[in-house]
Design a protein around this ligand. Structure first.
Ligand SMILES: Nc1ncnc2c1ncn2[C@@H]1O[C@H](COP(=O)(O)OP(=O)(O)OP(=O)(O)O)[C@@H](O)[C@H]1O
Length: 322
């Protein structure tokens, strides 16, 4: 449905912003773009929507070239909707009217029903008669998402859609948008900084750094086989051990040119053996994240309770080389 080939982009000639971007999105897929601030996520979304002019390469949507503002009177592709980080709501008409802004008045009952369904997805049905200037930042963000959803776009582009939301709302909205996309078959392309937004709620994850794609894969493949430490660092807790550290701590030999990446769940307490000193424990809800040290190397593992002694022995069940 969406094909991006050899895409290059800059705002100022000597400062490349996107470099050799190649990827493809299938119809109905939910894609999350994760990357550090300034890596080019929002710029990529704007180019896909047609808000910026491609410098070189091409973007095709449903086998047709996406053209930029030079070629279109109304900015943005008609079959897509982009919810940017700054949402331009009309403050002196109601939430309901805002959400219905792009809907036809031909069938008013259908329009009302569409608006209500969209407000239900973002959990704002009770606010339909409110004016946006009386709403919080998070509520305004949800109105903007509902307005985009209501138009049933073929491709929905969301730029950090959960940035203004508290944790419970964020969790609910993530689930609702995921289910809405599954039920309607809408393709979704969203940007975020938060690993929790992506692992359970994406078909594919795109990791970006310095304007390039570091890795593009399913959540499982990405976490099991990150191509480098940067990718792993965006997805949660981990440690990296050098060959000598692997040998000293676990007696495992690995190639001198590689390192071992270990997630906390891959270490478990065993009754005897190597002794790691416990440094700190962090309560996580379901368990504790425990930091331990030996030979100046810090490791992390999960434990149901804080270990009682000052030292523990650990078994390494799994690791991958990076
Ligand atoms: N209109 C603009 N003119 C010039 N440079 C820009 C413009 N918009 C963005 N940039 C630059 O392009 C680079 C990528 O910005 P972009 O907003 O795409 O990154 P991002 O990954 O979405 O960041 P964030 O996560 O902070 O939103 C940054 O270096 C930014 O300073």
């Amino acid at each position: 449905m969406l094909k991006v080939e050899q895409l290059e982009f800059f705002y100022a000639k000597d400062l490349p912003i996107l470099k050799n971007i190649n990827f493809q999105v299938n119809r109905g897929e939910f894609i999350s773009v994760l990357g550090e601030s300034g890596s080019g996520k929002s710029t990529l979304l704007k180019l896909v929507y047609g808000l910026e002019e491609v410098v070189s390469g091409r973007i095709c949507f449903e086998d047709k070239l996406v053209t930029g503002p030079k070629f279109n009177l109304i900015p943005g592709h008609p079959d897509m909707k982009l919810v940017p980080q700054e949402f331009d709501l009309l403050d002196f008409v109601t939430v309901e009217e805002n959400v219905g802004k792009y809907l036809s008045n031909f069938d008013i009952p259908l329009k009302k029903q569409t608006i209500e369904k969209a407000l239900e997805v973002v959990n704002l049905l009770d606010f339909k008669a409110q004016f946006p200037n009386k709403l919080s930042g998070g509520q305004r963000q949800r109105v903007a998402i509902a307005r985009a959803i209501a138009t049933s776009p073929k491709l929905l582009l969301l730029d950090e859609p959960y940035s203004h939301l508290d944790q419970p709302l964020k969790f609910e909205l993530r689930k609702n948008i995921w289910n809405w996309a599954k039920n309607t078959g809408c393709t979704v392309f969203l940007t975020t900084h938060d690993a929790k937004d992506v692992l359970g709620f994406s078909n594919q994850i795109m990791i970006m750094k310095n304007g390039a794609i570091e890795q593009y894969d399913t959540p499982e493949n990405l976490r099991n086989n990150p191509v480098n430490e940067y990718v792993a660092s965006l997805l949660g807790e981990y440690v990296v051990l050098k060959p000598k550290e692997m040998k000293d701590l676990f007696g495992i030999e690995i190639s001198e040119s590689r390192s071992a990446l270990i997630y906390p769940e891959e270490l478990e307490i065993q009754s005897s053996g190597n002794a790691f000193q416990i440094l700190q424990s962090f309560y996580q809800g379901r368990d504790y994240l425990v930091e331990v040290m030996r030979n100046d190397v810090i490791l992390k593992f999960y434990s149901k309770s804080i270990p009682e002694s000052n030292f523990v022995s650990l078994n390494l069940n799994q690791y991958r080389l990076i």
